[in-house]
Design a protein around this ligand. Structure first.
Ligand code: FAD
Ligand code: FES
Ligand code: FES
Length: 476
């Protein structure tokens, strides 16, 4: 099939064809240095401060509202088939947007580095909600850091916005021509080469597997919230770069029998929305995962495949006996997550394989008690020192089923199968809780690093278990 050597995207309503070296730039550099859109700032270049926030809407989901992302860690080629809006694109017919107006009237415009990012995050808020409480405003600002004056004038500005006057950004520009162009180009794979570097975006799983078998070193970019930070820190992702964004099935969340199947391109934001009514504890837990900008692009599969022993979703996935679905040149296969994770950043994933989805049975909230915890130095936007998930099913004070998993306690996240086996069928009482804690402490081997000492981590693991049983059970 004929490939294209460019990506297509709109920026503030205008179509752009991006080729060659420009496609490999961080989106923030493309905007600032190639297109002169310098309202988008770069401060940390690590996805933390939000100064570089812009809004995006994928062509595949034209019904969806715009969402925020960190342009400093997003590579431009990942923006193919997206509509982007920068701070310059918010005003219409020479009138500032309602949010910009309110920021001025309420003295929310503090410094030139952060203000555009705050405006974009508040625009994200009102794109997706008709009204907001103070807490909601704070949630939407977790990915925007101010180091000077504080947040109150910005929060006041957000709460003073006249929401009746806000119209969805999709109506600000006429996207019909661009949608038509996207439609006619989305079935063409992309191949962009730049001396020995190559970016490839296949349109089918088979095409992706064939590329991976010929280029085993090819690095897959999903949301790039891990890879983008690594690149900005000077780590080379290699010469063969692949994105699966043109494969529609990977955006699906579907039910297959008892299993909920989460495609490799499903963002954590989309997952959180899907789970709100079905598994509210996991959805709530995602509130303390990163920031809206990160969750709008980061994927569940990327969280698992980065291989970090403190990835926040892994303990939950371990306790629900998640399966990892893979595609390779010889076909598909699936593995239990506990078998898939072999060690520190090491998986049972062959050179020609990649992950297509993660599947699990959602625990029935009526039958079980679940405890999902993360310990970090800051509540929001911080990496965990340890995390955990406990799922207990009890009847008449007897533990019928127990599932216990921890992250940050060794080279890989752990499911404590033998502890679970030892306590099933036993009555939950103080003596048993002490015994369980004793068993846990002999199974975990945390290390000392900048996020906490080994002793601190061990103690936290026991405290989290205590918290789980005290919050969910009465026992003597
Ligand atoms: C500011 C900030 C805050 C963060 N906060 C948290 C947090 O609170 N908790 C947490 O756990 N993490 C956090 N992270 C880390 C990161 O956001 C998550 O790990 C995220 O889920 C990664 O998903 P992604 O789609 O962006 O992955 P990417 O960066 O695209 O990829 C990550 C890795 O997975 C591989 N990969 C991606 N897709 C596939 C596939 N289909 N098959 C095989 N391999 C694949 C990539 O090659 C890469 O090695 C944070 C990151 C930042 C920058
Ligand atoms: S510059 Fe700080 S998040 Fe992008
Ligand atoms: S608004 Fe920029 S540091 Fe406070």
């Amino acid at each position: 099939m004929e490939t294209r050597d460019y990506i297509l995207l709109t920026i503030n309503g205008q179509m752009h064809k991006i080729k060659g070296e420009h496609a490999f730039l961080p989106l923030s550099s493309l905007l600032r240095y190639e297109l002169g859109l310098t309202g988008t700032k770069v401060v940390c270049a690590e996805g933390d401060c939000g100064a570089c926030t812009v809004l995006f809407r994928r062509h595949q989901f034209s019904s969806e509202r715009f969402q925020s992302l960190n342009s400093c860690i997003s590579t431009s080629f990942l923006m193919d088939m997206n509509h982007i809006i920068t701070v310059e694109g918010l005003a219409s017919q020479n009138h500032l947007s309602e949010i910009q107006d309110s920021m001025i009237k309420n003295f929310g415009g503090q410094c030139g580095f952060c203000t555009p990012g705050f405006v974009m995050s508040l625009t994200n808020l009102y794109e997706n909600h008709k009204q907001a409480t103070e807490q909601k405003v704070k949630n939407y600002l977790t990915g925007n850091l101010c180091r000077c004056t504080g947040y109150q004038p910005i929060i006041n500005a957000a709460l003073a916005v006249d929401t009746t006057k806000i119209k969805p950004l999709a109506r600000q520009y006429d996207y019909s021509r661009a949608e038509h162009d996207f439609d006619s180009e989305k079935q063409r794979p992309i191949k962009i080469t730049l001396s020995e570097k190559e970016f490839f975006a296949p349109t089918t799983l088979e095409m992706a597997a064939e590329y991976k078998s010929k280029n085993p070193e090819a690095r897959i970019f999903s949301g790039a919230t891990d890879i983008g930070v690594q690149i900005n820190k000077g780590k080379n992702p290699g010469n063969k770069l692949m994105s699966l964004h043109l494969i529609p099935s990977l955006y699906e969340i579907r039910q297959e029998g008892d299993f909920t199947v989460i495609g490799a391109r499903v963002s954590l934001h989309a997952l959180q929305k899907y789970l709100e009514r079905k598994q509210s504890q996991f959805a709530d837990f995602l509130n303390i995962f990163a920031s809206p900008q990160i969750k709008n692009t980061a994927t569940l599969v990327g969280n698992l495949a980065n291989g970090s022993p403190i990835a926040d979703t892994t303990p939950f996935l371990l306790t629900v006996d998640a399966m990892v679905d893979m595609q390779g040149s010889l076909g598909k296969r699936s593995l239990l997550l506990t078998d898939f994770i072999k060690g520190y950043k090491s998986f049972d994933l062959k050179d020609d394989e990649f992950i297509t989805s993660i599947r699990f049975k959602l625990p029935n909230p009526a039958k079980i008690k679940i405890g999902l915890f993360k310990v970090s130095q800051r509540r929001d936007l911080d990496i965990s020192s340890v995390n955990s998930c406990f799922i207990f099913q009890t009847h008449n004070k007897k533990i019928e089923k127990a599932k216990i998993a921890y992250g940050g306690v060794g080279p890989k996240a752990l499911r404590l199968f033998d502890v679970e086996k030892a306590i099933e069928g036993q009555e939950l009482n103080t003596a048993l809780v002490d015994k369980i804690k004793q068993m846990i402490s002999t199974r975990i081997t945390p290390i000392t690093d900048l996020r906490g000492s080994a002793d601190f981590r061990s103690q936290q693991c026991l405290d989290l278990f205590d918290r789980f049983v005290q919050e969910n059970f009465t026992y003597e």
